[in-house]
Design a protein around this ligand. Structure first.
Ligand code: 5AD
Ligand code: SF4
Length: 465
């Protein structure tokens, strides 16, 4: 191909969006586009937006203001520049984006970007357009596969979307409105994608979905498979040494998922299981469909299935009507569980969601103060969890060069970044590392001599496999 067409995808928000951005780049590679880090120089600029919290739409509009100037600048030099707004803000705002940001050419919802080449073509011929229809099948199965070089560039750990959308309707959340109803991909398509990744050198896959453990895709036997069953199949793909999944709903943890944690050494013993609040009153108002006790019972069953399990969670503080007493129950849950890490957020009213209409909104300074207290408790537990790693041996998947020469960074089973002195040729290997030092954000280790190797969590794999 002659002159390359430059593409820049700017991704906001969750892992689903990060994966979607990669898949858009893969799709557009077939149209001759090559990714560039310099957004101003791109012929095609895509904002893959997030709507989950805080003035998301306003931030997108101000970003579009800056981009309009880039577009004007490019036009003055006779260079074309097309602007696409994708993701959840695109879904929520639709036509409004074209009205408020005339520089935008295409607005495409998160379920429709597989149609991007056709949409761009139509926009060129007929003018600006919006596509926010909800399809009935996963777009991933309409996309061409990623090429080997693109997979290699992205490293040894990859995401695979297995499920999209959400039918839960937690009262604070926009996802059921922006991502639509649950759709699960068929098992065969997922396995084909994992095999392709493995052939290009990927060692770890994280199965992702807004509600991943509600997975119910069609199996080769024509029946609906659970996530537990899917995990049993994914670990059989040759070359895949580690598997994870995210994000789960506590109400959808079934026996097959417990069995997967019990039986599959490749399934990492680290689970992100958002609880949102420790107060039953708040959980009910959030329509979470589980109590604090249900949640704790699930964690305890998980620990029973696998003794080295650790957990992380999401929390919302200042949900409408949350009292100091409710909030203290959240703090006490954090103490009781002893999370290895967690994300916490101030409640943000999302247009169109039931909780946004509640009269008893919590004042901003109260939210702020509760968030500070919660984060202090979470940080304390995270530091304690990391400190407990000192002197232990962990299996580390080596991912990329570290900051210092001769150093690599990898991940422990608990997603802790671990630095170790090893040559680049070892990227992709899983090595036993003795943890010698705990830093603020990462651990430092030395390769364990073979006699001391723990072999605790994973099957041993040949180097460079
Ligand atoms: N306000 C604050 N946090 C929210 N989340 C989702 N919706 C909101 C909201 N309206 C948080 C939840 C969820 C995470 C992805 O984002 O904790 O688990
Ligand atoms: Fe949102 Fe609740 Fe669905 Fe999670 S389970 S995506 S918080 S509605």
């Amino acid at each position: 191909m002659s002159a390359t067409r430059k593409l820049h995808v700017k991704s906001y928000g969750c892992q689903m969006n990060a994966y979607d951005s990669q898949r858009m780049a893969d799709l557009l590679a077939h149209e001759g586009f090559v990714e560039t880090a310099a957004a101003e120089d791109a012929e095609l600029l895509i904002l893959n937006t997030c709507h989950i919290r805080e003035k998301a739409a306003e931030k997108v509009y101000s970003e579009l203001g800056r981009i309009r100037r880039w577009k004007e600048h490019a036009a003055a030099k006779g260079r074309p520049m097309s602007i696409v707004v994708a993701g959840c803000v695109a879904q929520a705002e639709g036509e409004e984006i074209l009205r408020r940001a005339p520089a935008v050419d295409v607005v495409v919802g998160p379920q429709n970007y597989h149609r991007l080449p056709a949409l761009l073509d139509r926009a060129r011929r007929q003018g600006k357009l919006v596509d926010t229809e909800f399809p009935t099948e996963s777009k991933f199965d309409a996309l061409p596969p990623a090429d080997r070089d693109a997979i290699r560039r992205r490293g040894v750990s990859a995401f695979v979307t297995v499920q999209e959308g959400c039918d839960k309707f937690c009262t604070f959340c926009v996802v059921p409105y922006t991502r639509g109803a649950e759709i699960s991909r068929p098992v065969a398509k997922i396995i084909a994608e994992v095999e392709r990744l493995a052939r290009a050198g990927v060692r770890e896959v994280t199965l992702i979905g807004q509600n991943v453990n509600a997975y119910h895709g069609e199996g080769p036997d024509g029946r609906a498979w659970t996530l537990g069953r899917l995990l049993h199949r994914v670990v059989k793909v040759s070359g895949i040494a580690r598997v994870r999944y995210t994000t789960s709903h506590p109400g959808d943890v079934d026996d097959s998922l417990m069995a997967a944690h019990r039986d599959l050494p490749e399934l990492m013993p680290y689970l992100h299981l958002p609880v949102q609040s420790g107060s039953d009153r708040v959980l009910a108002a959030m329509n979470r469909r589980h109590t604090r006790r249900d949640y704790l019972r699930t964690l305890s069953r998980m620990r029973h299935a696998r003794a080295d399990m650790a957990f992380s969670s999401d929390f919302i503080v200042g949900f409408p009507g949350e009292t100091e007493g409710d909030f203290r129950e959240t703090l006490s849950l954090v103490e009781e569980v002893g999370y290895a890490g967690a994300f916490s957020f101030k409640y943000s009213p999302r247009p169109g969601t039931p909780a946004a209409k509640c009269a008893d909104q919590v004042a901003e300074p109260v939210k702020h103060e509760r968030l500070t207290r919660l984060q202090a408790a979470i940080d304390r537990h995270q530091a304690a969890f990391n400190a407990r790693s000192l002197g232990t041996t962990l299996d580390i998947l080596l991912e990329k060069p570290g900051r210092r020469a001769g150093q690599l960074v990898g991940r422990s089973p608990y997603l802790q970044p671990v630095h170790v002195m090893l040559p680049e040729s070892r990227i992709g290997d899983i090595v036993s590392v003795h943890i010698a030092e705990i830093g603020a954000n990462s651990l430092f280790g030395i390769l364990s001599p073979p006699a001391q190797r723990s072999g605790r969590t994973e099957p041993r794999l040949a180097a460079g496999n």
